[in-house]
Design a protein around this ligand. Structure first.
Ligand code: NAP
Ligand code: MG
Length: 398
């Protein structure tokens, strides 16, 4: 059998612990037998990040910028305990944070649906993708506990010394006050990433804020989205048969619950934090959530939403059998290969990505799955270990 050829390399970002073990098995069993895989390999495993003083993370993000498509394994974000465990020179920053800062991107999270695991919300038939703005608002706030009577104001002092002043409240007793900010540049990048991603998956885009109450702050989000849509995307959206839809956040919540799914929901930072956990939980399992970082100029980095599954890794090291779910990592690979195929005009690579996802879902829908899914599954489930699961998918794929 001749293998599928690639033109441009994928940027491959290897990672840590259990997901690093799965990473190699996915490649060996599901990709290398079928694709003449071209990658530019970066080892983001914690040891190598430490050896390179984290330069490898920066290099990998720049490579993603250059080539346009990356696939990333889950990585450890060091804390004090990890510094000890790995004898690190420093508590290196979160790789995802570093990559996101370099690509200036937005993260889109979508669940993978299978027949036997039904969403908590009965009406949902298709995935709902959450796009969370990852800059500013309450996450970069400044707060004061007001001790007693007095006047609180917001003051902006321009570089020329000119002041803009607004009263907040005349306190008669103790209370609290908070100031926060966002940037036109960040909101615009967020908007571009959302419109780009909607076009790339051909799904409607929803966006919601509370602009009726926050007439300047939230309204700025609404206006920037509307301007960018009219100027850069309306034509392409109409051609693709998709819509951009703006509404109030409370109306959006009601529509999401009544709806069938199959759209992208763009959220401000706090809304995205809360809603992504709600959506993920209601769809079933963290092990079935995909994640893709999209930059405003259309670069893509695919990964699983879960971490390195440390607890399973420690069992694996003791020689125990593990049943870790590789589905989200498989979909990171298929997503990246499909996107590479689209960018390079390689239909057979895109078809392979479809076949890989279908083989994975068919395996589960026919009752073979890892333990975590078997627990949620309604019906006869055969729980297998990771290796057996991957072999079952490989057999289907062949
Ligand atoms: P985690 O790796 O997502 O795992 C948390 C728990 O969720 C696991 O112990 C397991 O539960 C279950 N789980 C998650 N993924 C699973 C899968 N594929 N198959 C089966 N079960 C799965 O989160 P964590 O333990 O909080 O974090 C571990 C490490 O990952 C940390 O060092 C953290 O920094 C890193 N992390 C990285 C990323 C990323 O790179 N994007 C994201 C999050 C966390 P049971 O043990 O009950 O089976
Ligand atoms: Mg959260």
């Amino acid at each position: 059998m001749s293998k599928i050829q690639m033109k441009t390399p994928l940027v491959e970002m290897d990672g840590d612990e259990m997901t690093r073990i799965l990473w190699k098995e996915i490649k060996d069993l599901l990709i290398l037998p079928f694709v003449d895989l071209k990658t530019e390999y970066y080892d983001l495993g914690l040891r190598h990040r430490d050896e390179t003083e984290d330069q490898v993370t920066i290099d990998s993000a720049n490579a993603a910028k250059k080539y346009g498509v990356a696939v990333k394994c889950a990585t450890i974000t060091p804390n004090a305990q990890r510094v000890e465990e790995y004898q690190l020179k420093q508590m290196w920053k979160s790789p995802n944070g570093t990559i996101r800062a370099i690509l200036d991107g937005t993260v889109f999270r979508a669940p993978i649906l299978v027949n036997g695991v039904r969403p908590t919300v009965r009406t949902w038939e298709k995935p709902i993708t959450i796009a969370r703005h990852a800059y500013g608002d309450v996450y970069r706030n400044s707060e004061i506990r007001i001790p007693g009577p007095g006047k609180a104001e917001i003051v902006f002092t321009g570089e020329d010394g000119a002041e803009i002043r607004q009263p907040i409240f005349d306190f008669r007793g103790p209370g609290v006050v908070q100031g926060m900010h966002n940037l036109d540049s960040s909101i615009s990048s967020f908007a571009h990433s959302c419109f780009q991603y909607a076009l790339s998956v051909k799904q409607d885009l929803w966006f919601a804020t509370k602009d009726t109450i926050s007439k300047t702050y939230d309204h700025r989000f609404k206006d920037l989205f509307a301007e960018i849509y009219e100027r850069d995307y309306r034509e392409a959206f109409e051609k693709a048969g998709i819509t951009y839809f703006y509404t109030l956040i409370d109306d959006a919540v009601a529509r999401v619950i009544r709806g069938k799914g199959g759209f992208i929901w763009a959220c401000k930072n706090y809304d995205g934090d809360v809603m992504s956990d709600m959506i993920a939980t209601a769809f079933g399992s963290l092990a079935m959530m995909t994640s893709v970082l999209v930059s405003p100029d259309g670069k893509y980095e695919y990964e699983a939403a879960h971490g390195t599954v440390t607890r399973h890794y420690y069992r694996y090291l003791k020689g125990e059998e593990t049943s870790t779910n590789p589905v989200a990592t498989i979909f990171a690979w298929s997503g990246a290969l499909r996107k590479r195929g689209e960018m390079d005009g390689l239909q057979d690579l895109q078809d392979f990505a479809d076949a890989l996802e279908k083989a994975t879902l068919d395996t589960i829908n026919e009752g073979t799955m890892t333990k975590d899914l078997a627990l949620l599954y309604e019906g006869e489930a055969r729980a297998v270990n990771s290796r057996e699961f991957l072999e079952a998918i490989a057999a289907k794929l062949r």
